[in-house]
Design a protein around this ligand. Sequence first.
Ligand code: ZN
Length: 212
Amino acid sequence: MQICLFRDVDTDKWLYLCPMSDKLTPQQRSQCMSRIRGKDTKPEILVRKGLHARGFRFRLQDRKLPGRPDIVLPKYGVAIMVNGCFWHGHKGCRYATKPKSNVEFWQSKIQRNQHRDEVTSAHLEALGWHVITIWECELRSADALQSRLDVLADEIRNAGRAKDERSQQQKASAAAMKKEREQMLERQSRLEAEINAMFPIPKRIRKESFND
Ligand SMILES: [Zn+2]
């Protein structure tokens, strides 16, 4: 199988097998790519471990949500995407370097990923999720990783508070609407009683007219 090296952002070494060569068949290319883009990519594991250590509980790759976000915290209404800088075309990032060969193939692939990320975020936000994107390059050193995770933890808690406030407001407005409706019904029946008292209708006729 024709392979070439790929830079690992953690160690800055050329490590991964990468299907950049023209000589690959489509099957070989996708086989090779699936090895790189596994379900448990390293940055994602780092984020998961960090969140777990900070006491957060979450779901992984929720199939019911658009774009299957990497990490989902339903309690806080937060969906997290952990993106590789190269694959998702991190803008202005030095680790998102484009390969020199097969440029068109990579460009269109990365553009597709970027577009899909945008659509997914918009979709999730429309459903009321707070979307957080973490880039691989933010987790490069141990210090950077820890401070990014601390910032992330704050962001999650803030989003959770905002979610609770929203649901409290919704509950309050639902309660207000219910009360308003009850008052309206009460006014209506009071009015009916007043009218009936003013214009007494024989019981028989009233009954018939109500049955119309
Ligand atoms: Zn980056």
